[in-house]
Design a protein around this ligand. Structure first.
Ligand SMILES: [Zn+2]
Length: 191
């Protein structure tokens, strides 16, 4: 909570309830974490990162909204990315960019297709490729410190609003003064 509030912006409620039961799921002001689909309870290390993931949703989904069918990557990708930022800025480890990129190199589709256009690998795109592509974007544009600054501005601009892929690209191009769409070409379908 402290990291996200300092890095991204204020949490809008007086209270956050964390219920350790049920599926990992986010709701405004309350999150649940215990298992993933039909698995039994996840182990404590996974549970911790699941709680961080669901808390990050208070910002990406709770404060900044997106269509969960056509742009599911926008909250899940930013949540995955913010969870990683929390981990790396706390542990002071360096980001293993090359091995992270390897994990998604077989995923050739964009991350922002409507969910019915993915086969069984939907989760690999929404939860896997999209945060990795955000890591790549920031690796090329200032690294962790710059990413944290970006999130703060992104939050200031889009809190209590709904964002979509096109608007994300528009904002990011303006923010980094990019001349073309080349940084988005192999992961976002922009009409
Ligand atoms: Zn999530």
């Amino acid at each position: 909570m402290n990291y996200f509030q300092e890095t991204i912006g204020p949490y809008p409620f007086k209270q956050l309830d964390i219920v350790l039961d049920g599926l990992g799921m986010e709701y405004p002001g309350i999150v649940t974490a215990h298992k993933i689909y039909d698995s039994g309870p996840v182990d404590p290390v996974v549970l911790k990162s699941m709680v961080v993931h669901e808390i990050a949703h208070q910002w990406f989904y709770g404060m900044i909204s997106n269509d969960p069918y056509n742009d599911a990557w926008l909250d899940e990708g930013f949540v995955g990315f913010a969870t990683g930022l929390f981990h790396f800025s706390k542990s002071k480890q360096s980001v293993p960019y090359e091995s992270v990129y390897k994990q998604i190199e077989h995923l050739e589709l964009p991350v922002n297709l409507p969910l019915d256009l993915y086969e069984s690998d939907m989760n690999s795109y929404v939860y896997g490729k999209s945060p990795v592509m955000l890591w790549r974007l920031f690796e090329k544009n200032g690294g962790i410190k710059e990413a944290e600054k970006f999130l703060k501005n992104y939050y200031q601009f889009y809190k209590y609003k709904e964002i979509n892929s096109k608007e994300f690209v528009r904002f990011t191009k303006y923010y980094f003064d990019l001349e073309d769409d080349s940084l988005f070409q192999d992961w976002l379908l922009i009409e």
